[in-house]
Design a protein around this ligand. Sequence first.
Ligand SMILES: C[S@@+](CC[C@H](N)C(=O)[O-])C[C@H]1O[C@@H](n2cnc3c(N)ncnc32)[C@H](O)[C@@H]1O
Length: 193
Amino acid sequence: MVRILDLEEYAYKNNIPIMMSDGIEFMCDYIKKNNVKSILEIGTAIGYSAIKMALVDKDIHITTIERDKARYDLAVKNICDFNLENQISVILDDAFNVELNNMFDLIFIDAAKSQYIKFFEKFKKNLKKTGTIISDNLDFHGLVKSNEIIESRNVRGIVRKLRNYIEFLENNKEFETSFYTIGDGIGVSKWQS
Ligand SMILES: C[S@@+](CC[C@H](N)C(=O)[O-])C[C@H]1O[C@@H](n2cnc3c(N)ncnc32)[C@H](O)[C@@H]1O
């Protein structure tokens, strides 16, 4: 029998980035308190966060998108092992190729960090008027708020894009965002009233 701990260990050993434990606990708590029933997740990896969210309540349905075939295969297997295939639908594709007509209570952005503005702009049309967009990794291991010089060009690029994303959220006329230093940094965005 597969346990949540097995998924955490697998992710750790194989360098697969999954949500930090206090980050996913925050999400699950948010889902419970706000009676969230429909979730779109961008970035499945091996299905860890989707499984944790689905386990909050059997009436929750999650659509999750993953572009990496090996991770998608493993996510599908893990979801079956937890008997959650009725609650979680996994789409194998680049999120930018996916067109959805459903409306969701919650959209969770946890994919390529350099593309967050584009994910947000693409999928906001699928968010209910009472819905929430949650974005993970906004602190990016503390680097986003730090003044330290970053050697790696790649990491520097990600940090710059995440700073742009935070500025985009702070100045957004349609959405109001609260920022939390939980996990790797979480943003909770709601339509402006
Ligand atoms: C941080 S991991 C997701 C972790 C997962 N949400 C969890 O906590 O268990 C990000 C995943 O997003 C996928 N990804 C990145 N960009 C994507 C895109 N444009 N479309 C679909 N998947 C994408 C990556 O392949 C990677 O597996």
